[in-house]
Every structure is written in structure tokens, then in C-alpha cells.
Write a protein that binds this ligand. Structure first.
Ligand code: B12
Ligand code: SF4
Length: 603
């Protein structure tokens, strides 16, 4: 038996953080069991499984600020259960909050900061040999004498890393095998609210690093041949550099390599900034199988663009969306209509933009405060930061904007923030529609496409209209008219909830139609021997429909210690747009923080 460590984290899809770490330690002959904890119901079982495995190290991934308390509570439960292994944590959140974590969670022995491949290998080596753990570059370690910060470790060239561990079958969505993949890490931009920028900037190395096209294609080819992957979800936070010529050169080369490798019929999903969207580049990507782009609009207000440090213009935003429209490339976006400096004028401009592009699935929310970001620093310096390191909050400078935010976050809490809320269903069905168009072209036709797009348009227009009525209300209401604000908010919330009921019903009907269309094609494939049998006789992504109450959800299974990934319950085999995207917005944890400091929201 090789020496064993256990890696814990959510695995809604293949968790590249853990899988890069697993392949890193495998270079030293260490086996990493990957134990997913996707929700609270997994915790006790995984604690038992981890202890039973008796690893010499347990690594817990803590990327998300919003659910960090749960991830960290896992360490405490392990100790309570008698686990004696070295417990280390890593990830975006842990990278910045290491001092708070080591202070507040005695179960944790160390925090690995920034990218962990090399540091984890070194930590494992020292634990195996009994060498002193301090100082350890890239880690902050608890010792009996105190906490020792080993300083930063230089991050490696991405081509030098082994490919992530792809044990188990690929996730299957709509009968198509899917794999997340990373062609780059970091981002060249420096938006004030962004923890990706903060994380990359804080590390010892370049803020934006890319793999060579050769290296990427070698991994894709392995996935294409061995696990039959056809949809590659590129988790690059930004697929481009700010140079049209360089982007064209890189992706022309990538296309040549993909063609030479004989990979046909593949599809790609990417993310980008508006200023990098050029017709020629996206026509090229479309020819390579691009089926969906998340484009970071974030704000179309002039003040927002400045205060969020977007370094783009509202013209860039409009041009990007017009380019996608002209090329008929599916895209979606998010708007941070609320930020610390937001004005009523700026919100009006964002509403106009959302209305103009209402057929594009979008969501809207407040700019949240993440550890390590310039936004956090600015608010702190201004004495405006409230809450704690798990959930920061602030009040907007303009009291009417703050009031509008509180009304909106209440009225739209289900539509915008629930995993199965209408905003996510809208994005989900549009991605599934693109899957259908790409992988089952005979099941697709223009009239059907227009029906699905019309659904999106009506959802978008409904959101804009409800927000506009709140906008008009806050322009005139007396700020101390609490009863009036409460009555308006309740009435708007009911209005949005009523509309949501109808949208959910319509989305369900569209999904049934989509299932019928894909089902016909797959039956033909199955009977000709070209297809494969549907699990349980129904489409894998029909779980989405079950989430809406139409079917019984399949019993959930998670990765066994051996690491075989099978579909997690319900939601997760359903829709790429819904579950593989990072478009889901934070539950309004900020509101909880604000509520603590301001005596509650409006409702
Ligand atoms: C894929 C992804 C998802 C997937 C999750 C996939 C899964 N694990 O099952 C989905 C779509 C489900 C998702 C959901 C969400 N996500 Co997300 N997601 C990402 C994304 C795009 C890529 C993650 C990844 O694979 N990175 C590549 C790996 C190689 O890098 P890494 O994660 O940094 O890991 C390295 C180091 O951090 C370190 N490390 C990490 N963990 C550990 C553990 C140990 C023990 C060690 C030693 C080292 C270590 O070593 C790793 C290798 O170098 C990141 C952005 C990003 N660039 O990371 C956002 C990101 C992590 N997500 C984010 C957010 C906000 C969310 C959501 C809250 C969105 C929402 N509102 O619903 C949800 C939360 C889900 C939940 N479980 O609660 C934020 C987190 C911000 C924060 N600080 O809190 C990020 C940074 C994006 C962003 N800026 O918005 N997400
Ligand atoms: S462009 Fe996107 S990923 Fe890059 S810094 Fe801005 S918000 Fe972050």
C-alpha cells in the first residue's frame, strides 16, 4: 500500500484543485484519496471514512468565503472523531485568512497558501521523514512554540505540472461526457472586487500564467480518447490577453493542434472580458466548438466602471454583446448594480443595459467583499467595512441606493440567489439548448430556439420592470417611512414570486420538450448501436426536471475513497449552465452581515 493522504472538498464536478494536488503528490508515490463533501449530509459519513483510511495528512480545500465555516467545521469534527493526521487547509479563502483560521480553528495544523502543488509535496515529505515542518515556504504552520509563516513560494510554470488526476468516469450531461480544464491561471486585469486578481497578485509569480497550446491539447486528447470527453468546460478565469493579434495567434494554433489530434465534434465553454471580444476571434472560437461564453459585464455605469476598476468602457460592453448577437454565440452575464459608490443614475444606466439585452440570461447583485481584495482594503480604510471575515458587508454611500438594494435583495432573493431560482434555470436551459444544438443538431430548429430565447427575454424584462418599480419608489419615499418601505417590499416580493411560479412552470414545459427532442435522437442512436443506454431509461440531465418536482431524484452517490466519480444527487447532472458555471450568485450573506449591524433589512 502506498502512503496515503486524504483530500477533502466539494466535488460538484471534478474538483481541479484537489485533482491537481493528487497528481502532484502521486509524483512522490503518495496516493491521495479524494473525499467529496458537497453538503451537510455528507459530513459525518466522510469523517468516518477519512478516519478509517488513517491517512498521515488530511487536506481540506477552503476556496469559498461563503461556506468556509462548514469546510472548517469539518476539521473540528475530524479531531473530535479521533483523527490524529496532520490537518492542512488551502484555497483562495484560506490563503488570505490563514491567521484568523489558525487562531480560531485549533484542529488545523497548517495553511498552505496560494497554489499548493509544490508546497503540499514538501509538507508530505517532511511529515514522512519527521523533519521539522518549519519554516516551510508556501505554508503557515502551527508549532508548540507558535505559528511560523514560511513566506511565499515561487509558483511553478503551468506546463511543468502533471495533468490533474482524472480517476473515475467523466461526468455525463445530456449524454455527453464533460471535463473541466484549465488553460491558464489568474487574470491580467485588476478589478477592485475580484479575489482572483487578489489571489494571483498576492502570490510570488506572474499574475496571469498560461499553458502552452501543446500542453493543453495533450491533456484534451487524453480526455477525448480515454474517457470520451466531448465538452471541455474551460475554467480559465479569463481566456484571453488584451491583444487581439496574440489571442488570434494562440487560438489559431490551438485549433490546428486540435485538428491534427483528430478531435472532432468537441464543444467548449469559456469566460472573458468584454474588451477582448472581437468578431474574428469569436468566429474562430465558434468554429472550434464554442457553445457558451460567460462575459464579465459587471457594470455598465460610468461610476461603477471606475469604482470597480474595470478598465473598460460602456461601449466595450455593448460592442461585446452585439458581437455575440451577430455571431449567434450564446452568452450570459452578471451585473453588479450595487457597489459602495453606486448612484441612482448609474443604476438607471445598468437597467437600460439589462433591458436592451434582456434576451441574454443575466443576473444582478451587489459587489461582495472578498478577502484580499482592493475593495475590502478601501472599505476598511474608509471605516465602512462591517461584519467579520466570513461575511463582510457595507452600506452604500447614497442612502436611496442602499434602500433600493435592501428592497431588491429581499424581493429577488429566490429568483436571483437560489440554485434552482429562475435566474439559474434561465441560464441552465439556455446552455442545455446550446448542447442540444451542438450535439443533437437534428433535434434543433430555429422556431424552437426562438421559443427558448423568448422565455429568457421575458424573464429579463420582468426583472427589469420589477427593479424599475422599486427604483421609482425609492426616488420619492421618505427614508424613515419604515411601514411604507415594508409594505412596498412585501408587495414587490409577492409580485416577483407570482411571476416566478409561472416562469418555473414554463421552464419545466420547455425542458420536457427538450427531453422529448433529445430522447428521439438518442433512441435512434441507441437502436443503431451508436448511442448508449440512458441511465434509468431517462436522460441524465432530466434530473433538472426532477429538481422542479416532476421526477424522482436519483439517489445521490459521491466519490468513493477509490475516487470513482459518479453523478451527485439531483442538480448536478442536470445542466452545465446551472451547475458548472460560476454564475451563481452568493446567497446574500452580506445581508446577514448588514442586518447584524443595521438592525435588519426591510422585510
Ligand atoms: C470551478 C469553480 C466552481 C465550481 C465548483 C467545482 C467543485 N469544486 O465542485 C462550481 C461551479 C460548483 C462553483 C460554485 C461556486 N463558486 Co466557484 N469557482 C470555480 C473556479 C472557476 C475554478 C476552481 C478551480 O478549479 N480552480 C483551479 C485550481 C487548480 O485552483 P485553486 O482552486 O485555486 O486550487 C489551488 C490552490 O488554491 C490550492 N488549494 C486549493 N485547495 C487546497 C487544499 C489544500 C489541502 C491545499 C494544500 C491547497 C489547496 O492548491 C490548488 C492547486 O494549485 C474558481 C475560480 C478559480 N480560479 O479558482 C471559482 C471560485 C472558487 N468560486 C467562487 C464562488 C464565489 C463560488 C460560489 C459561491 C458561487 C455562488 N454564488 O454560488 C459557488 C459556491 C459553491 C459551494 N460549494 O458552496 C469564488 C470564490 C470566492 C471566495 N473567495 O469566496 C471563485 C474564486 C471565483 C470568483 N472569483 O468568483 N465554483
Ligand atoms: S476581469 Fe474578471 S477575473 Fe479578471 S480581475 Fe476582473 S473580475 Fe477578476
Amino acid at each position: 500500500m502506498p502512503p496515503l493522504i486524504a483530500l477533502i472538498g466539494s466535488e460538484h464536478e471534478e474538483n481541479l484543485s484537489l485533482r491537481y494536488l493528487a497528481s502532484a503528490v502521486a509524483q512522490d508515490g503518495i496516493h491521495a484519496a479524494i473525499l467529496p463533501v458537497n453538503d451537510a449530509s455528507d459530513v459525518e459519513r466522510v469523517v468516518r471514512e477519512t478516519i478509517a483510511l488513517a491517512p498521515f495528512l488530511v487536506g481540506i480545500s477552503v476556496p469559498f468565503q461563503m461556506n468556509a465555516p462548514h469546510a472548517l467545521a469539518f476539521a473540528t469534527r475530524l479531531r473530535e472523531g479521533g483523527c490524529t493526521a496532520h490537518i492542512t487547509v488551502g484555497g483562495h479563502f484560506a490563503t488570505f485568512e490563514y491567521d484568523n483560521l489558525l487562531r480560531d480553528f485549533p484542529a488545523i495544523d497548517s495553511v498552505v497558501r496560494h497554489e499548493g502543488e509544490t508546497t503540499l509535496r514538501e509538507l508530505c515529505r517532511r511529515l514522512q521523514t519527521g523533519e521539522s515542518l518549519t519554516p516551510l515556504e508556501g505554508a503557515v504552520v502551527r508549532t508548540p512554540a507558535g505559528i511560523v509563516d514560511g513566506g511565499k513560494r515561487r509558483i511553478p510554470a503551468l506546463d511543468d505540472l502533471p495533468f490533474p488526476d482524472r480517476r473515475g468516469p467523466a461526468l455525463r450531461v445530456m449524454g455527453v461526457n464533460v471535463a473541466p480544464i484549465l488553460g491558464s491561471r489568474g487574470c491580467y486585469a485588476d478589478c477592485a472586487f475580484c479575489c482572483i486578481y487578489a489571489y494571483a497578485e498576492n502570490a510570488d509569480g506572474a499574475r496571469y500564467r498560461r499553458r502552452s497550446p501543446e500542453n493543453i491539447v495533450a491533456e484534451m486528447k487524453e480526455e477525448y480518447d480515454r474517457r470520451g470527453v466531448r465538452l471541455f468546460v474551460c475554467h480559465d478565469d479569463n481566456f484571453f490577453v488584451p491583444s487581439r493579434e496574440q489571442n488570434l495567434a494562440r487560438y489559431r494554433h490551438l485549433k490546428t493542434l486540435i485538428d491534427e489530434a483528430g478531435m472532432t465534434g468537441i464543444a467548449l465553454v469559456i469566460k472573458c472580458r468584454p474588451n477582448d471580444v472581437h468578431p474574428e476571434l469569436f468566429a474562430l472560437l465558434r468554429s472550434m466548438g464554442l457553445i457558451r461564453t460567460y462575459v464579465g459585464i459587471e457594470t455598465n455605469s460610468d461610476e461603477g466602471i471606475v469604482s470597480l476598476n474595470r478598465r473598460i468602457t460602456s461601449e466595450d460592453n455593448r460592442r461585446a454583446l452585439q458581437t455575440f448577437r451577430a455571431l449567434d454565440i450564446y452568452h450570459s452575464f452578471n451585473v453588479l448594480i450595487f457597489d459602495p459608490e453606486a448612484t441612482m443614475d448609474g443604476i438607471a444606466r445598468n437597467l437600460d443595459f439589462m433591458e436592451e439585452f434582456a434576451d441574454v440570461p443575466f443576473n444582478f447583485c451587489r459587489a461582495e467583499v472578498y478577502a484580499g481584495t482592493p475593495l475590502k482594503q478601501i472599505l476598511e480604510q474608509q471605516g465602512r467595512l462591517v461584519g467579520d471575515y466570513f461575511a463582510w458587508g457595507y452600506s452604500m454611500r447614497d442612502a436611496r441606493v442602499e434602500l433600493l438594494f435592501r428592497i431588491a435583495v429581499t424581493a429577488f432573493s429566490s429568483r436571483n440567489f437560489k440554485a434552482d431560482g429562475v435566474a439559474n434555470l434561465n441560464m441552465g436551459i439556455r446552455v442545455d439548448q446550446e448542447m442540444l444544438r451542438h450535439f443533437y443538431p437534428t433535434a434543433w430548429d430555429a422556431a424552437w430556439h426562438e421559443r427558448v430565447r423568448d422565455f429568457s427575454r421575458r424573464v429579463g424584462l420582468d426583472s427589469v420592470s420589477a427593479l424599475r418599480s422599486a427604483f421609482d419608489f425609492v426616488q420619492t419615499v421618505a427614508l424613515d417611512d419604515h411601514a411604507g418601505v415594508k409594505a412596498f417590499t412585501l408587495s414587490l416580493s409577492r409580485q416577483v414570486a407570482r411571476a416566478d411560479l409561472a416562469f418555473v412552470a414554463e421552464c419545466k414545459a420547455l425542458r420536457r420538450e427538450m427531453e422529448r427532442r433529445v430522447g428521439i435522437v438518442r433512441q435512434t442512436l441507441d437502436s443503431s448501436g451508436d448511442g448508449d443506454t440512458m441511465e434509468g431509461g431517462r436522460l441524465p440531465w432530466a434530473a433538472e426536471t426532477s429538481r422542479l418536482g416532476a421526477l424522482t431524484s436519483p439517489s445521490g452517490t459521491v466519490t468513493a475513497p477509490s475516487g470513482a466519480l459518479t453523478a451527485p444527487p439531483g442538480a448536478l447532472t442536470s445542466s452545465v449552465g446551472l451547475d458548472l458555471a460560476t454564475e451563481r450568485l452568493p446567497v446574500p450573506a452580506s445581508l446577514r452581515a448588514t442586518a447584524r449591524h443595521h438592525g435588519g433589512g426591510v422585510a
